[in-house]
Design a protein around this ligand. Sequence first.
Ligand SMILES: NC(=O)c1ccc[n+]([C@@H]2O[C@H](COP(=O)([O-])OP(=O)(O)OC[C@H]3O[C@@H](n4cnc5c(N)ncnc54)[C@H](OP(=O)(O)O)[C@@H]3O)[C@@H](O)[C@H]2O)c1
Length: 345
Amino acid sequence: MVYRVIQWATGLVGQEAIKGVLAHPDLELVGAWVHSPDKVGRDVGELCGLDPLGITATGDLDEICSIDADCVVYAPVLASSRTVARLLESGKNVVTPVGWIYPMETPKVAELEDACRRGGTTLHGTGINPGGITERFPLMLSAMCRGIRHVRVEEFSDIRNYPTESVVREVMLFGTPPEQAATSPMPAILGEGFMQSIDMVAAGLGWTLDPEKRTTHEMAVATRPLDTPVGVLDAGSVAAQRFTWEGLVDGDPVITVRVNWLMGEEHLEPAWRLDGQRFEIAFDAEPPLAVTFHGLHPPVVGEHPEIGLIAPAMHCVNAIPYVCDASPGIKTYLDLPLLAGRAAS
Ligand SMILES: NC(=O)c1ccc[n+]([C@@H]2O[C@H](COP(=O)([O-])OP(=O)(O)OC[C@H]3O[C@@H](n4cnc5c(N)ncnc54)[C@H](OP(=O)(O)O)[C@@H]3O)[C@@H](O)[C@H]2O)c1
């Protein structure tokens, strides 16, 4: 069986997903939605730097809903549950890296469940971090341990690989004084996803967490002006940030999710170091299993940022056959079978 796929948004994740769909033996690309008016009407292959595919991009939701397709890879910068509901109601399954990894019961989630029932469709939230490293893989690895006391999941990234000034400076607040960066919306924005990861790991491992999770925000400043892909960061301004979210039992952490984002590792105070970009998962358990993921970051800092988006895009794409075959509703990794990629053809 070949599943017919629509790509929603052709940013970095969307373009990598399109390449993934084209390379997948069980998938066929049949449409794409774009946000920018200048991309409407253009060939989707061209938008991705590929040869023409004979598929024209549209900016119209109704047009997308009318296409005969099995699944939408939903990857816009701003998610809309109303749009996702429309897609689900129109009979299209949805896989996405923008949320719903392990959603709490809320009226909006109930609306999406209703849309799934009406359309006979499934919604699956995935990604890399969250959506993979922070819950799927800890849960899988935990099957090799006993007496699990603590799980730590940690990202170590050079933020120079993210050249989008509007996000890095204006949302993440790199380059601002520490007192300004302390007001960053990032703990809340990122926390929304990572709290779901923590809840999912707790559900899988059998922890009843305290109602409140703990969030910590640490910073390091530049000791001299730093020349970066998002411009010069002044001496004394924030040049590295570390966010930690913890699930607690009786006030003690049992699940720790942390991201370390450094603008290089020189001229920082405190003198933080990355010691290589990577993701880590570590158990305080028997045995004390620890796994490090390499190869998910762009190998040369500042070059080809899209390499870092292949994994979240492929986690979406490779989920499609399993999501299309699932029963209707919001399905997490706790519901779906083991997902696999596909051999090169
Ligand atoms: N869970 C994970 O691990 C993970 C990992 C990576 C990314 N993500 C998420 O995936 C999404 C896409 O990331 P990306 O790297 O592809 O971002 P990106 O390169 O910045 O692309 C953003 C896309 O969103 C579209 N867009 C811009 N403004 C929009 C609006 N107001 N409403 C709807 N769409 C809009 C853009 O359309 P045009 O191209 O037409 O301008 C573009 O296709 C983001 O939400 C990101 O947070 C999640």
